[in-house]
Design a protein around this ligand. Structure first.
Ligand SMILES: O=C(O)c1ccccc1NCC(=O)[C@H](O)[C@H](O)COP(=O)(O)O
Length: 401
């Protein structure tokens, strides 16, 4: 074997022992870790863990594998298992085009047979800002859950005001104005742009948006990266504002949907780059139970094609901002709605929201032409001294009642 370390990494790379003798998919982590030049006509082994430590030998001949198994002396089974679970979870997510890996089970040390080492950016550090936000959210949610476990939330749910019809409000605004229904975002700051508005009074801004003709409001609740809060959401809900409210969060756990509902949310954001299909399906069911709307956000063709097949999705947001690089391109909305995908959206009666980077009447016309029936706008309105006037400026027309 050319490199013992490399072979050992491959050897533990990510198959549960239940599947141990299945043919190995060519796109699996197992092969992704292997340089292409070494993929053909190789033999190598991996160690698998519970219930007994075994070793598997593989023979790769022209892309197909054969496997055999022998028992090996006991090794650190827990570490091997941790690595295995982590890699398998990553593999499922990667198979669905999910680029944002979750930190929960990634061991800080890589286990490689008798060696341990740390690979930079391979499980122990977030790769980009979205990953960083998600990793931080993981810690935040764990702490919040400890303070407010499900048992507590379930009791509070009964006291929450009933959810308002988010999609209904967007449709109504669309047919009333002839423009896409506006979801105006109550946004103080963002991780790409910093502080957008120094004098930030969320309730005052929400009221001004409603007055200016917004159909719905989006309220950022992330504190660390966006200077938002659940207190803002609750305050707006209790202020007399009638617009349905979207809780703009980085949802990684169903617990957050319960919490958002209690704080007055009528809709919640689910980001396809972060959530596997199974999580999205499960969370949509919870939303249904609470009569909330799920806004499922996509950024590329792969995410769009995934979510379009998920049953029960009524509202899809196309984000024009690449959440990994922050690049903005409103042509993304057009691109994703072209051809078969656009057709499917129409057939399924799914409403599409154009999100991010909309600053002018021409931008609104462009995404409307592409097929959106609603738009989500943050920065361009947040920077306006008078938010109501900002809406008229954005649409090139007064869209208030
Ligand atoms: O707004 C950001 O910089 C950002 C960075 C990382 C993750 C998410 C981010 N924004 C969330 C959003 O989707 C936007 O707030 C929303 O679409 C409004 O966008 P804009 O009108 O461009 O403020």
């Amino acid at each position: 074997m050319e490199s013992m370390n490399l072979i050992s990494v491959r050897a533990t790379a990510g198959f549960s022992f239940q599947r141990s003798l299945d043919p190995i998919p060519q796109n699996s982590a197992f092969f992704r870790l292997m340089p292409q030049t070494q993929m053909k006509n190789q033999s190598f082994s991996r160690q698998i863990s519970f219930p007994a430590i075994k070793s598997q030998q593989f023979e790769v001949k022209d892309g197909s594998t054969t496997a055999s198994e022998t028992s090996v002396p006991e090794v650190d089974a827990l570490k091997a298992k941790e690595w295995e679970v982590w890699m398998y979870q990553d593999e499922v997510a990667a198979g669905q085009g999910i680029k944002i890996r979750r930190p929960t089970t990634g061991p800080p040390q890589h286990y490689v047979g008798p060696f341990e080492f740390r690979l930079q950016n391979e499980g122990n550090t977030p790769r980009n800002i979205l990953a960083e936000i998600i990793w931080s959210k993981d810690i935040e949610v764990t702490q919040r859950k400890e303070k407010n476990p499900y048992a507590v939330l379930k009791k509070l749910l009964d006291k929450a005001p009933p959810a308002r019809d988010f999609i209904g409000a967007l449709k109504k605004a669309n047919s009333r104005t002839g423009f896409p229904g506006l979801i105006a975002e109550v946004k103080k700051a963002s991780s790409s742009r910093g502080v957008l508005r120094e004098n930030f009074d969320p309730v005052q801004i929400a009221k001004a948006y409603e007055k200016g003709g917004a159909a719905c409001l989006s309220v950022l609740t992330d504190e660390k990266y966006f200077q938002g809060s659940f207190e803002n959401l609750e305050a707006i809900r209790n202020s007399g504002v009638q617009c349905p409210l979207l809780c703009k969060e980085f949802v990684i756990d169903a617990w957050q949907i319960y919490y958002a509902r209690i704080k007055g949310a009528d809709a919640i954001l689910l980001i396809a780059a972060v959530l596997p299909d199974l999580d999205i399906k499960y969370m949509i069911k919870i939303c249904k139970l609470f009569r909330m709307t799920a806004l499922v956000e996509v950024h590329d063709e792969r995410e769009f094609s995934r979510v379009i097949e998920i049953e029960g999705i009524q509202l899809i947001g196309i984000n024009n901002r690449d959440l990994e690089t922050f690049e903005l391109d409103i042509a993304n909305t057009k691109k994703l709605l072209e051809g078969e995908r656009g057709q499917k959206i129409l057939e399924k009666g799914i409403m599409v929201v154009g999100e991010s980077g909309l600053f002018t009447p021409a931008d609104i016309a462009y995404v409307q032409e592409a097929g959106v029936k609603a738009v989500l706008v943050g920065e361009s309105l947040a920077k306006q001294e008078d938010p109501s006037a900002g809406i008229a400026q954005l649409f090139g027309k007064d869209i208030s009642l």
